[in-house]
Design a protein around this ligand. Sequence first.
Ligand code: SF4
Length: 202
Amino acid sequence: MEELLKRLELNGMRAFYHPNREAAKDQILDMIPKTVTVGIGGSVTVREMGLLDALAGRGTQYFDHWKSGLSKEEIMEVKRNQVVSDYFLTSTNAVTRNGKLVNMDNTGNRVAAMIFGPRHVIVVAGKNKIVEDVPAAIQRIKEKVVQRNTSRRGDNTPCAQGSACQDCNSSDRLCRVTSIIEKKTKGVETFTVILVGESLGY
Ligand code: SF4
């Protein structure tokens, strides 16, 4: 873990480790001022940690496209607001041992906001997201993350039915863009990665 934190720092990211989600949550809430706007990525981890309730409880405005009852147009509007928020809070699909963050997106709001828009990006990830290298990251995403997400959404894709990836042409295809953040981009002022010694999300 120490080596991974060092590699993330070498890649221009501030890196921290906490053994449990409670300590990680405290640090994240300390880092985000109350009066800013926060974009929330499509992340099970962020929600499992109770961060949305905590932000709401102290009156911080955040943009969550998973909020129930939103129309398709409203979801897109929330996603657009995320990329112009002051802060962007999300997880990542994978972290490689040499400190690269790998993600696949459908709409692209999450990978966009991690690269340009919000001045401050905070990524929180459980130990289950750590992989050897970029090929292992892509394998993890295709075999675990996309498959679970497409099944959860009831998508009409081969992976949602339990098959291996067939590079499908389904209109439900989830993996439409892959980003590899090798170093913090110059458009982001602070990029913080918080690793947690528990499994979080998938
Ligand atoms: S390309 Fe299609 S089959 Fe392959 S992982 Fe993505 S959604 Fe599933």
